[in-house]
Write a protein that binds this ligand. Structure first.
Ligand SMILES: C[S@@+](CC[C@H](N)C(=O)[O-])C[C@H]1O[C@@H](n2cnc3c(N)ncnc32)[C@H](O)[C@@H]1O
Length: 379
């Protein structure tokens, strides 16, 4: 099958989380796997989706792999209704907190009382040793103390707001170092926890004034993209980025946050329902490695589900990275386009956003890895 493959390097940086670092609210939690606000707004413009919303016939945008809610938050800026699903409790929590509306006066009041809370020594040894080693003991005491203070806050939205600030600050003040797919320890002097935590909360409250959102519906909930809990033909547009082939490391690199704040061990939630983890998948592409088949058989299921929930004429943008294997590059963009076509979609084009080398043993070049956007339409 021949698809129109077009270079679009001007969207390259927007396909990463980097621009979000400078965007209020989007930057409340750093999610390396995410894309940026700019990419979502550019796609909405490309699909002319905002115009429909202005005329009051907006419909719903879906992100079945919503991560920290970038698609949903950008839709809120434009007043567009959206639904987001994800399987990671941590990502879902960040997405939910970022996509809420707040009463800033109430937040200020609760913040004043949080600042005055008197320190009580927590039981640091209750934290498993493999998690404890990522922190200086005094920092961990502060993290655990504030974690216990959260239970005193009645209003769940306010509690979650301070909790997200706590998660981000705990990461920042730890020895944790996310090196690609591995979680490493780098011991260095850490900034004083309380100071950083309070400054982070103040900045978050300030951000609420800076980011203007419009009235619309935003639904963010736990869900597996292979079984989308939506009615047939209920969605007008999909903007999303599934996990990339051969990159299931998020199940490992957020294990400290998950263990400390969500009581889960070793990313257990993620691993169970993560895309591409089945041991005996359907071999859709027999010439490809087993890991690639596990990925594509799940993604084929996702594409069929997307076809079911989309209305006729719905437009879809799927950002995906090609897979790097020791002996070859697997062109996921083209193979996903092929599976999308089999599911009933029309492939409009493939936009190549970024390119880099796939390396064997960090020295030998195997081939060029593309990160692309597959643009589809339901016929
Ligand atoms: C590339 S990230 C998407 C990031 C998102 N675009 C953002 O800006 O935050 C892929 C996401 O898919 C989620 N995920 C993995 N398997 C899933 C599944 N079966 N159903 C739903 N979400 C899944 C991961 O937890 C991760 O957050």
């Amino acid at each position: 099958m021949n698809y129109e493959i077009q270079e679009k390097p001007e969207w390259g940086e927007a396909a990463t989380f980097v621009p979000n670092k400078f965007s209020p609210v989007y930057n409340w939690f750093y999610y390396k796997e995410g894309y940026s606000r700019n990419l979502v707004l550019d796609v909405l413009d490309m699909f002319k989706f905002g115009e429909k919303a202005k005329k009051g016939s907006g419909g719903f945008v879906l992100d079945p792999f919503c991560g920290v809610g970038t698609t949903n938050l950008a839709c809120r800026e434009r007043g567009i209704n959206s639904v987001g699903f994800d399987i990671s409790p941590l990502a879902l929590f960040a997405a939910t907190v970022k996509c809420r509306s707040y009463d800033v006066a109430k937040l200020r009041e609760a913040f004043a009382s949080l600042r005055q809370s008197r320190f009580e020594m927590p039981d640091r040894l209750a934290v498993p040793g493999d998690i404890r080693r990522f922190f200086n003991p005094h920092t961990l005491d502060d993290v655990l103390f504030f974690r216990s203070q959260m239970n005193r806050i009645q209003d769940h939205a306010i509690r979650d707001f301070f909790r997200l600030a706590l998660i981000s600050t705990a990461t920042r003040c730890s020895y944790m170092f996310k090196d690609g797919g591995a979680l490493k320890i780098k011991k260095h002097p850490v900034p004083p926890f309380r100071k950083v935590y309070f400054a982070h909360i103040k900045r978050m409250m300030h951000d609420l004034k800076k980011l203007k959102t419009k009235k619309c519906k935003t639904i963010i909930t736990e869900g597996d993209a292979r079984h989308i809990r939506l009615q047939d033909e209920s969605i007008d547009c999909v903007i999303t980025s599934p996990p990339y082939l051969n990159k299931i490391e998020y199940t490992k690199i957020y294990r400290v946050e998950e263990a400390l704040f969500f009581g889960s061990r070793d990313g257990e939630h993620g691993i169970r329902s993560f895309i591409g983890t089945k041991a005996e998948p359907e071999m859709l592409f027999p010439d490809l490695p087993l890991a690639a088949n596990a990925y594509f058989s799940d993604m084929s299921r996702v594409l069929k589900e997307l076809h079911r929930v989309c209305k006729q004429g719905a437009k879809l943008a799927l950002v995906a990275g090609n897979g790097c294997f020791p002996d070859r590059v697997v062109d996921s963009d083209v193979l996903l386009a092929q599976l999308a076509e089999q599911a009933g979609f029309k492939v409009k084009n493939i936009l190549v956003l970024n390119k880099r080398w796939c390396m064997r043993h960090r020295v030998e070049k195997v081939g060029v890895l593309r990160e692309s956007m597959v643009v589809l339409e339901k016929k």
